[in-house]
Ligand binder design. Structure first.
Ligand code: PLP
Length: 390
């Protein structure tokens, strides 16, 4: 058998991308030049603090908000938890009762798991149903003069569906009794910044999805003084998110973010070509498949596909042997392929959901002929089909 001597290739960008060279260089530069605690009241501390302030200023300019509305966190899980906690506390103070939590079955566990905990604590949780592409429609919910927190994402991590956040903005924008938190993790740096995000009471981003080192994220709060903190400590970041900040991570996240935004148009174009190559290659084989990603309003880098008559348990291991890394539309626990809850909620059958892949492209593949790798991907699926059906 021919040995595949090329290095492994990852089509798993939505899970995270490696830190870029420029982001890593910035990290090392800042960590060595500005080693003091940014809270220290001395020259070195003030210099370290200035790095954080400059980072916030640059990000604020890119988003069109104020620097003091931005809070560095350890990632989007923390940012999502902080936003949900902070907005709920504010509603409770203002209205003297628990808000109704309106969210969708498409949300990431960093929102949904916390919402489930709140449900156990007595909050009413309403989860909107999904269409076949994992899109929710906030207009399907009848709001009244009760108080509400909407938790609705910008783009879905599995199908790439870009949600109708203009509808969330229209509902939450002027209503005093409705707050909206948007998990913007998958859209940032991949698709044009949507000003509806600035209408949201908060939105979160995660550095490792666009080339910053892992362990940094950001929360934007429209009204920071109304956000009760999750942590208590030394008063850093206006006590909204206390804890010693990392100037190196802040600067590194900023470089990666601005670079991703600058490269976004070209990235989208190359992703659309790659998607076409893969879909054309799959169509040339005898098996049938369904594309779960929407045809429009979809992240250019994301393609979710479910296959008929293929044993879903075999797909990832077979691709792994072929040195192709990607995610299934399923999570593996104790060797059993569990169908993705997002695909199931999108009315994909359990068997098809188990036999699903999510292909998500990174910006560049300097070591690979991507077209060739996509043909290998399609050929591997074809082999699995033949094993199961001949
Ligand atoms: N939200 C979405 C949509 C995600 O895809 C992820 C990560 O996969 C997160 C939140 C969590 O981000 P982090 O890894 O920074 O905690």
């Amino acid at each position: 058998m021919r040995q595949n001597s090329s290095p492994r290739i990852s089509f798993d960008a939505n899970a995270g991308v490696p830190a870029t060279t420029r982001a890593l260089e910035k990290f090392v530069e800042i960590a060595s030049k500005f080693a003091a605690n940014p809270a220290s009241n001395n020259q070195e501390g003030r210099a370290a603090q200035a790095v954080i302030e400059k980072s916030k200023l640059q990000i604020a300019e890119a988003f069109g908000c104020a620097p003091n509305e931005l809070f560095f966190t350890s990632g989007a899980t923390e940012a999502n938890n902080l936003a949900i906690h902070g907005l709920i506390s504010d509603l409770e103070q203002q209205f003297g009762k628990k808000p109704i939590l309106v969210s969708s079955k498409a949300e990431h566990p960093s929102c949904l798991a916390y919402l489930r905990v709140l449900q156990q604590r007595g909050y009413k949780l309403e989860l909107l149903a999904l269409d076949p592409h994992a899109r929710f429609d906030i207009n399907n919910y009848a709001f009244n003069d009760d108080c509400y927190l909407i938790v609705g994402q910008w783009a879905n991590n599995e199908t790439g569906a870009i949600q109708d956040i203009a509808a969330c903005a229209a509902i939450a924008g002027d209503a005093d009794n409705i707050r909206w938190h948007c998990d913007a993790v998958q859209g940032i740096g991949k698709t044009l910044f949507d000003n509806d995000l600035l209408v949201a009471d908060s939105f979160s981003i995660s550095g490792h999805k666009f080339g910053a080192p892992k362990g940094c994220g950001l929360l934007r709060l429209k009204n920071p003084s109304a956000c009760s903190p999750l942590f208590f400590g030394g008063g850093q970041q206006d006590s909204v998110r206390p804890g010693t900040e990392s100037p190196a991570l802040a600067a590194s996240l900023t470089v990666a973010l601005l670079d991703a935004i600058a490269a976004q148009d070209d990235f989208q174009k190359s992703c659309l070509l790659r998607k076409k190559v893969l879909l054309d290659a799959l169509k040339r084989h005898e098996f049938s498949f369904v594309v779960n990603s929407p045809g429009e309003n979809c992240l250019a880098n994301t393609l979710s596909i479910s296959f008929s008559d293929i044993d879903g348990r075999m797909i990832l291991p077979a691709l792994d042997i072929e040195k192709i890394s990607l995610s299934a539309g399923s999570a593996c626990a104790s060797g059993a392929a569990l169908a993705s809850s997002v695909l199931l909620a999108s009315n994909v059958s359990e068997k098809m959901a188990q036999a699903s892949i999510r292909v998500s492209f990174m910006e560049s593949y300097p070591d690979h002929d991507v077209e060739h790798e996509l043909l290998r991907l399609a050929n591997t699926i074809s082999r699995l089909y033949k094993v199961a059906n001949h």
